[in-house]
Design a protein around this ligand. Sequence first.
Ligand SMILES: [Zn+2]
Ligand SMILES: [Zn+2]
Length: 237
Amino acid sequence: MAKVKCVSCGSDRAEILISGKLLCPKCSRQEILHRVRRNLGRSGINLRGSRVILTYPEFYRNEANLLKSFIEKVCSNCNFTIKEIEISGDGQVNKVMRDLVLTSIRESENQVILPFTADFFAAYLIYSSGSPEGSYLSLYGLRSKVSDKVFISPLYDTPLTELRGFSELTGELKTGDELFNGIIEWLHSEFKDNEVFHTFPPSIPVIVSRFATCKRCGALTKSEYCRACSVELALEK
Ligand SMILES: [Zn+2]
Ligand SMILES: [Zn+2]
């Protein structure tokens, strides 16, 4: 294969395309760290002296660990604690997302960090397009709110394919949901230039805006509470 120069440092090991720039692994890692730093700033999250939780399904464990190391780097003297909560990744994606939200809102911390990447949200949009109701597309974006908790996704605009410079990641995502896995595999094989992951997910807020969000779990709904929460709340009475 012909050697291609990194547009940032000029070395001839360029192999990773990030925001239209072909970079070597080392420069790609710097670019991603820079993006995460900027996103954390824009999110309004207050790390200094605070306690935050990082909640993730087991299939996002490596990415969550990486994200944790980014945050520690970005705010190295901030004296904050990150509590990690890993939940099961078994079953359908909507069930996993529901577990994740309900687990997070039971904790005392008010700021929740999520590891989800742009390609996850792109696949989730396709996955949910037949029936968005009951999905958690409402979590798309840098910052969202469920109940009284703030959810921050610093990787929401970065697909896994832009994280290939980090050797600790496999670049694959194997959820417990075969349909979802098929969609994400198709997106990865069909759109190798990553552009789709920057242009496609912004249509999610347009779809989300057609719905209300469940007051308890944040799922898209047509009423005050989603169907699953309505059932659970009725049982609690
Ligand atoms: Zn470089
Ligand atoms: Zn709900």
